[in-house]
Every structure is written in structure tokens, then in C-alpha cells.
Design a protein around this ligand. Sequence first.
Ligand code: NAD
Length: 508
Amino acid sequence: MATSPPKSSARPEAVQGNPPAGAGTPLDFPLGDFVYAAAPEATDHVVIADRYDLFIGGRKTPPLSGRHLPTLNPATEEPLAEVADGGAADVDRAVQAALAAYPRWSRLPGSHRGRHLFRIARIVQERARELAVLETLNGGKPIRESRDFDVPTAAQHFFYHAGWADKLEFAFANGRGRSLGVVGAIIPWNFPLLMLAWKIAPALATGNTVVLKPAETTPLTALLFAEICSQAGLPDGVVNIVTGGPETGAALVRHPGLAKVAFTGSTAVGKEIQRTLAGSGKRLSLELGGKAAHVVFDDAPLDQAVEGVVNGIFFNQGHVCCAGSRLLLQESIAEPFLRRLKLRMSRLRLGDPLDKNTDIGAINSKPQLEKIRELVASGVAEGSHIYQPRCALPERGYWFPPTLFTGVAPAHRIAREEIFGPVLAVLTFRTAAEAVARANNTRYGLSAGVWTTKGSRILWMSERMRAGVVWANTYNQFDAASPFGGFAESGFGREGGIQGLREYLEFA
Ligand code: NAD
């Protein structure tokens, strides 16, 4: 069934105007009367079935559980489709299919595996518009981001790893490495296709087979990816997709047929998986939460730094593990910087995710919206000052305005806990040493940012900030060749680059 017009035409408005209920200080900058015309992305090229089954052994397979779950458009709360809710028996069938495919796939010459990956990469590019619209409909993110970031970066990961498939024997000093077996991959909802690519591309390049479980709120691009695997002629069982919720994920983790679990998601679930796998001999990589410090020194180019900070926290509504959610401003520039930042925030366009001018789309789900609201309320209750620009929220769907907190103490929950929403907590510092101490005052260690014109200070800060990635005078830059991953409660293991390949090989 093609997306029927009601699914996409019931669009929220892209709006600026009245302040949302409960908004903070009214804006003291003129908004001007510039009005953007609507620029909606077409949806008539996207086909969404009413109901999806599992993808096991290269075939669409009805779930033995007999259950299906609805999946929504978070911008309108309208159902898009029903997807299978896989049970333990379904997980078992998928793992058996992956085990059956493994001997042949792992023995294929690397150049042949590479050809399959190149084919997948090209089809992802050919079907990019379809994938981008589907990602936006199902996840709520602005089409500008799914079109210009998620889908191209996912294709890049397949191209990059296709290139490694026949060069593995030259990649590592300590030998060629052997594939592991079946990888159970579990991913979250904030970058559904990209997280799939981060796991499936290196697993396949190194000769493993995969059972993937997408997040319960965003299964649709994974199911379109299943179609792409068939279109690319990937041998049956090399990639299997089992949709469902946390219990489906837990059944996958427990399955004795797996050689490795590759998990991206919350720290709480990551810890639970680690406990389950302890002593099992299964390999594990964990990409978990974050609370990144974004440090701006007084010699930074302020306008560029404002853009970096806005990108750091409002990209994908702040549903980003490496979001720069703690802004550390050098005290001497705090006031002029915050004036510029508030002005910039007042220009952000919140509304219809399918509109090409939208900057801030919908919050992914009702529980996530409730979590953001609860943490923001705690910020107010603990005494921080809230600022939200004038911004009317659409009546239906899940929305939260861009939000800034000043007067934040390091002990406040908004300075410590991952909010995973468009909420920035601002703290100040006087010296570089104090900036490092504040930046590292977190249980996470995924990413950080630093803005300064001094190269020596960039190096000094990068050496001391305990984070897997430190961006300097930029933020949120990703490349398939560059490893990504964290320290401490942000997890372990790396994705991307030669370091990421190593996670899918054994050398003993
Ligand atoms: P989540 O942990 O609730 O869910 C992630 C996935 O795990 C989903 O597919 C879910 O169904 C599954 N799951 C839930 N409980 C499970 C269990 N007991 N056993 C096995 N699987 C289970 O996380 P989320 O809310 O979907 O995602 C947000 C989190 O992901 C944030 O904390 C964010 O920082 C993190 N994240 C990290 C990275 C990274 O690279 N470090 C990237 C993206 C997101």
C-alpha cells in the first residue's frame, strides 16, 4: 500500500509565534515578519505495508508469537503500520538461519563479500529518498537530517567496509583475524538506519552473519533494508531482522548460538546485558549514553561557536548520544555568548519533520517526551533558570521546544543525567584546568567539544578531556573511517575505522 495521503497530509505546521505553555523568559529580540513558505518533501514514492512480518533466512516470515505491534508517526500520532513482535522462538529461528548461512558466507573470498556490500551501498543510495522519508515519518527527525546525514552516512559505511572485505589480511599486524560467527545486533531509535549500518557493514565485511533487532518505535527502515538485502542478492540468512521490544532483545542476548552481541542503547540496558553475558564467552561491544561537555573559550570565534553549540544540542532534537548537552562557557564571554545563542535559538524552526526548512522535528515517542519533561521540571525545581524562545507547538504529536538552562550547578540532575532531548545546561569556568575538571565531572565519556583559536590549547584540552571523541572548532562530524565509542558508562568497543573492524574478528 502506498502511503495514503492522510498519513502524510495530516502534517503539523512549521511554526513560530506564541510561546508554549510554561515557557520561560519571553524573547527580547524582534522576530521579524519573514515567513517561510511550506516546502514539504513528497511521500508518494514511499510504500508502507499495512503489516510487516520478520525477515528470516531471506524470507518474510510471520512471527510464531502471533503478535504484531503498531508503529506510529510521532509528529501526528497516526499509526503507520503493524510490525511483528518477535518472541523467543522467532529469535531462535533467526539465529538458526544465521548459523546455517555462516559457514558459506565466512569462507567466501573477501572480494565476493565486498561485492555484496558494494551492491547494498549502491542500492541504499538509489533508494535514498525512500529511506529518508521513511526514517522521518517513523522517527520524527527533520527530513533535512535524514536526507543529508543519516542515509548518506549509512551508505558511506557500506562503501567503506566493502573496501576492507578483501584487505583484511593486510589490515592487522598480528595476522588476518577470523570471523566470530553470528552477531546479535541491538539498536536504538535515534539513528535507526545509521546504527544498523554501523553494525551490519563491519560484521558482514569480516565474514560474520547477523540477527538485528531494531528499536520498537522505529522498525520501518530496517524492514526496507531487508528488502534491499534481497534486491542485492545477499545469500539467505546472512542478515535476519527480528522486530519487537525489550523482551525480543533480551531473548536475542540470551541465545546460546551467538558469538557476539553488539549493542547501542541506554547505559541501564547495557549494564543488564553485560551482567547476562558475564562468563558466557560471548564477545560484547556497548555504545551507551553520554553527557558531553562543549567548552567555549574567550578567544573562540563566537558566531561560529554558537552554530556549533546549536548543532551540538539541537541536531535530531537532542536525541544524540554524543549531544553537547553541557555548555561550559568561559566566564568573561558568558553574557555576550548567551545573547547570541538565544537569538539563534529564536530562529530555529520547529514543526513538520517533512518540511525541508524544519530544524527541530518531533520527539520520538511519548515516553521520551515524558522523560524530557520530568528532567526539565527537575531543573526548574532545583533552581536553574529556564529559557525557551517563543515557539508554538503543533497540537498533535510529541514536541518539545528548544530549551536552555543557566544558573546550573554541577549537582543538578540536568547537569548530570542524559536528557536525550533539546535541552542545554550552561555552566561557566575561569581557567582551562577548571574547564577540564568540570568536563570530566560525569559518569559518561563519549564525546566533547572545544572552541578556541589556540592550537596548543586544543591539544592540551583533548589530552585531558576523558571522551572517546573530542571535536575542535566543530561538532558532530562523523566518518566511516574514524572510530567512535566511549569510556566509563558510555561503554566500550569502537565502531568505524580499523578499530571497529577488529571488534568483529578474533586473533587467537
Ligand atoms: P534502550 O536501551 O531502551 O533500547 C535500545 C535497544 O535495546 C532497543 O532496541 C530496545 O528494544 C532494546 N532493549 C531494551 N531492553 C533490552 C534488554 N533488556 N535486553 C536487550 N535489549 C533490550 O535505549 P533507547 O532509549 O532506545 O536509546 C537511547 C539510548 O541509546 C541513549 O542512552 C543514547 O545515548 C544511546 N545511544 C548511544 C549511542 C552510542 O553510539 N554510544 C548511539 C545512539 C544511542
